[in-house]
Design a protein around this ligand. Structure first.
Ligand code: ZN
Length: 339
């Protein structure tokens, strides 16, 4: 790392209203064909510029070229029936979703994210991060009518993710992050097979690898779920030891305005910790002082050279102006913490 407390986003950013309907998950695209591809690239470059101006050290594509963090990947996978969706309770029935079905052996149709990854690598001198859905989260977001075994299907997805991750590395991406919100739901399965699937997805990579584990987007179903988790959210306590023992380099965690006890971060021995210092569940914009205070609190439990200041989760469903203001607070707060 080049300097203390580098800053990064967790993953997604809002789409401009000319690309997709604003303030909405799963918003339909406004364009199609080549026009859509060009607009997605334009939006990617717009957010790179805004991240750079905000002083963000590790920039991302903001997931501007995918409708949703899981289904953007699934669109390029053969063996999935996306026409006949079925209703499934996901994240242990926290919400019901219309999900596609796996009906045949899974295979990649080709590269998934090459266009936006190469655009990003070509247009910034900052370090770049790219996000992919993790295997456990994918199998929790799709119905199985073929494998008959959740773990076998997760391993099949891990192989596809690995192929795409190697491609992203070749495109010039510096950090590849797998998003595993499901780790906080099926905590006992993380050590049983979740980490194995994750490491399978990172096999052979020489770039930095990361995993993002959060309590979800700032949407109502998640806010309601969080109310049921009590005064202390201790899910990380069950999953961090297994992650600590894994080959994954960095862990992105939810922290600011959550009920996560800060001392749990000390369980991530030897890992870079992307500490969530920006809340994505509220439009209230953090002050740089608040961000610096949160970094300071994390530094009681994580060696300072291992702290990366980040957002709690993706900002896709937020208002664009609010997300931009939060990026500015993130960059300014990390600078303030550096002193
Ligand atoms: Zn998240």
């Amino acid at each position: 790392m080049t300097r203390l407390f580098p800053s990064a986003i967790a993953g997604s950013l809002p789409k401009p209203s000319w690309l997709a309907e604003a303030n909405k998950l799963w918003a339909p695209w406004r364009l199609d064909g080549v026009e859509l591809e060009q607009a997605q690239t334009d939006a990617t470059l717009l957010w790179i510029k805004l991240q750079e101006d905000a002083g963000i050290d590790v920039v991302g594509d903001g997931e501007q070229a995918r409708q949703h963090f899981v289904h953007g990947f699934l669109e390029q996978v053969d063996g999935i029936d996306t026409e006949n969706k079925v209703t499934m309770g996901i994240r242990n029935n926290r919400y019901e979703a219309q999900v596609p079905q796996v009906v045949a052996p899974l295979m990649l149709k080709g590269r998934v994210h090459q266009r936006e990854a190469t655009a990003m690598a070509a247009h910034t001198d900052r370090r770049t991060k790219f996000t992919l859905p993790g295997p456990m989260t994918i199998v929790d977001t799709i119905a199985d009518r073929y494998y008959g075994d959740r773990v076998a299907m997760a391993m099949a997805f891990a192989d596809l993710l690995n192929a795409e991750a190697r491609g992203l590395e070749a495109d010039g991406i510096d950090v590849i992050q797998f998003d595993e919100p499901a780790f906080n739901v099926y905590t006992s399965e993380v050590a049983e097979w979740g980490i194995e699937a994750l490491e399978r997805a990172t096999r052979g990579l020489t770039c930095t690898t990361a995993v993002h584990i959060c309590y979800g987007y700032g949407i109502e179903a998640n806010a309601t779920w969080k109310q049921t988790l009590g005064d202390e959210w201790r899910q990380y306590e069950e999953v961090f030891p297994a992650i600590s023992a894994s080959s994954i380099d960095q862990v992105s965690v939810e922290f600011f305005r959550s009920q996560v006890p800060p001392e749990l971060m000390s369980l991530l021995v030897g890992k870079d910790v992307m500490v969530g210092v920006i809340d994505v569940g509220s439009d209230e914009v953090e002050t740089p002082e608040q961000v610096a205070q949160t970094i300071e609190m994390a530094s009681k439990y994580v060696p300072v050279e291992h702290i990366i200041a980040a957002t709690n989760c993706g900002m896709a469903p937020m208002h664009r102006d609010v997300a931009a203001a939060k990026l500015a607070a993130l960059g300014a707060g990390a600078a303030l913490a550096r002193g």
